[in-house]
Ligand binder design. Sequence first.
Ligand code: PHB
Length: 391
Amino acid sequence: MKLRHTLGALVTAAAFALTATPAFAQNTVKLGLIAEFSGPFAEYGQQIHGGMKAYMKQHGDTVAGKKIEIIQKDTTGPSPDIAKRLAGDLITRDKVDFLVGFGLTPNALAVAPVATQAKKPMIVMNAATSIITTKSPYIARVSMTLPQVTEPLAQWAFKNGIKKVYTVISDYGPGLDAEAAFTKAFKAAGGEIVGGVRVPLQNPEFAPFVQRAKDAKPEAVFLFLPAGEQGIAFMKTYKERGLAEAGIKLIATGDITDDGVLDAMGDPTLGLTTSFHYSAAHDSAENKAFLKAYADANGTQKRPNFMAAAGYDGMAAIYESLKKTKGSVDADAIMGALKGMKIMSPRGPITIDAETRDVVQTIYIRKVERVNGGLYNVEFDKIADVKDPGK
Ligand code: PHB
């Protein structure tokens, strides 16, 4: 009687242990992917997710004894309220261990306090306003910052005979960062800013802005627009308004010649000089492997762009940090593992700066050329180990 009682208690205790600490939760690391999957910025989510899938295709879905699972959520565009709500849902309902993704700055900024409060590592795979990483100690960024890619272009432009520039930027975080960084570095080099306009983030109508740029008679226009469809519309207007014929050059951050839309932008982009951290034409073994993995995981219709490369590198950062923590998802342990991490990326070597948790990388100066029938950003100059200059 006594024995039976003890056995019964043991069985009950074992059953309780199983339900109290679900075995599945322990063996799975869940990544809550918050990005833009519909609306005019839908490509951002697709590219980031495509890059993540490419990494998993190449490295498998298990690391440090844990199975990696992605739970995907759509912000539908620049929607801070939705992004914040999705982050809350992912943490409380889906019990995710990481928050990842973030194409647009407003979405990343909205989620930063959630990451802090819930103590969840947040891996930024695009959003590129400088200030983002300062908004939570649990953020690490593997993409870029606008000042980081802009400053080298301003210096290159002055050295190459451009003395008067008119700036055209998208009127929100990354655009304002680009405008400030270009102005500061170009003036410091000895150049003059003859004017500038800020265009709306949503549905910009470029004709009046391009006309104003033309009327200011600069030697060049410096441009930042968020990657994707807007670049196609801008280039069309630039051509229609005859700026090239008027002798006005165009220089830009590589967002505009994003590999995902470059072919659709067509010949008006030939010769366009940009500065950036990733080109699909980058000549390295790592990039070849990335392009192959991307095609294997996503098909060959679309060329991966810088957001795909950051999605891929973000996964590398997560896998490597989990190896270091032996599978622990403790946020402080993960952040400790990420700080100072070096990754051989498809873009070249990158480091997650130990102090700022922001990416340090090579910035390339590139020119659009036709290569094997397609348009590509061909790198012809580079500056190694560029940090975000604001930090
Ligand atoms: C951003 O919102 O931070 C952003 C979006 C698109 C880019 C660059 C930055 O091409």
